[in-house]
Design a protein around this ligand. Sequence first.
Ligand code: BES
Ligand code: MN
Ligand code: MN
Length: 462
Amino acid sequence: MKDINNYINSNKDRFINELIDLLKIPSISADKAYAKDVLEAAKAVKKSLDDAGCDNTEICETKGYPVVYGDKIIDPNLPTVLVYGHYDVQPPDPMGLWTSPPFEPVIKKTELHPDGAIFARGACDDKGQFFMHVKAVEYMIQNDELPCNVKFMIEGEEEVGSDSLEDFLMENSEKLKNDIILISDTGMIANDVPSITTGLRGLSYVEVEVTGANRDLHSGIYGGAAPNPINILAKMIAQLHDEDNHITIPGFYDKVQVIPDDERAEMAKAPFDLEAYKKSLDIGDVHGEKGYSTPERFGIRPTLDVNGIWGGYTGEGAKTVIASKAYAKISMRLVPDQDWHEITDLFTKYFESLAPKSAKVKVTPHHGGQAYVTPIDSDGYQAASKAMETTFGKTPVPQRTGGSIPIVALFENVFDSKTILLGFGLDSDAIHSPNEHFGVWNFLKGIETIPYFYKYYTEMKA
Ligand code: BES
Ligand code: MN
Ligand code: MN
């Protein structure tokens, strides 16, 4: 890997400009109005794989948005790394809170990114992160440093639940066959505290609808006598947690893996500054399940959160009305061995049981996925750890994270391969929020680190 740093130094402006061009495309998968842009992003990704020197690049149709494929097979007897990422992004709203437009990338310095960070929707989640792999592979191909085979699979529906991906994997399992899956779509603890994600939570996402009367009513004429679905919904939601913030759904915790005390003690060694956490969020105190630390609350415990709630009059001024309907979107983050289909059923039954006779309730499941935990004694983890140690000068800390990438559990079923979650973002990079950004230092550090993963992994497999 002799001249990786030279290569980065002499090409970094181009790398950043290429990423900026990709970030200008508003590939918002959740909003049909941007369908053309999502497809344009797929084309741009294909071109970037071509330019990097990949073979067999292809925009693969699915039932939904396409998957972009490309590979470089140097010897079928050598190991194969499958790189996964996603070129779709979250909607940018609320627009008013962005300090610069979400699809007009600019580089600005921040306290944690003194070398500058690229501000744009998708900068960190996930365009900036999968693009590190494209550039790292470009370096390896152009400099004869690619020690094994590589395949890319960059999808366009991750942010809306990867609906078409299961079928795509089944239909293309031969083509995508691999020994290890490498993903940069998570974060690390800090630029001077490298970490590797060893766990992702599962997810069950549902929408609920509570109906009272058959039409909106005058809140004076009917108020106090007719059911108010918003009041009822609020009360039903309030009953989903008890005093200690445990979730009250019967059976919800039945399959949760109990983590032994010695393992919890080991996890507690990962650096975490509670005061800095509170300060960064500007909150008086943290809030969560009794008996667990903050990192445990977001890392190893399941949760239930309302993500949105609406109904009635929310326009300017006041309107006296009792709405006919009230709605909420609810996510449950799950841990091994909770099954998301089973949890969705348990939620539905319990939520329906909470409804008074005066109201009707409808629960509609959206999407979900299983949790994932990866061991740290695998070749893949060890290679990733050694790679980070080489470029950061420190052994990375294994850390479970609260987010979800539902496809990862599926990968293990289909390919029997482990997934290595080698992320270079920071929690404070504001993914899914206004002013998402990705540190220029992090972007370049990722490009520098990834080739070492290939080197060490291939050596370990030899
Ligand atoms: N990249 C994130 C997941 C993530 C971020 C995991 C940071 C760990 C740390 C991914 O794009 C994402 O947002 N996933 C969704 C789930 C999906 C089904 C919409 C999530 O976690 O909400
Ligand atoms: Mn992502
Ligand atoms: Mn995301």
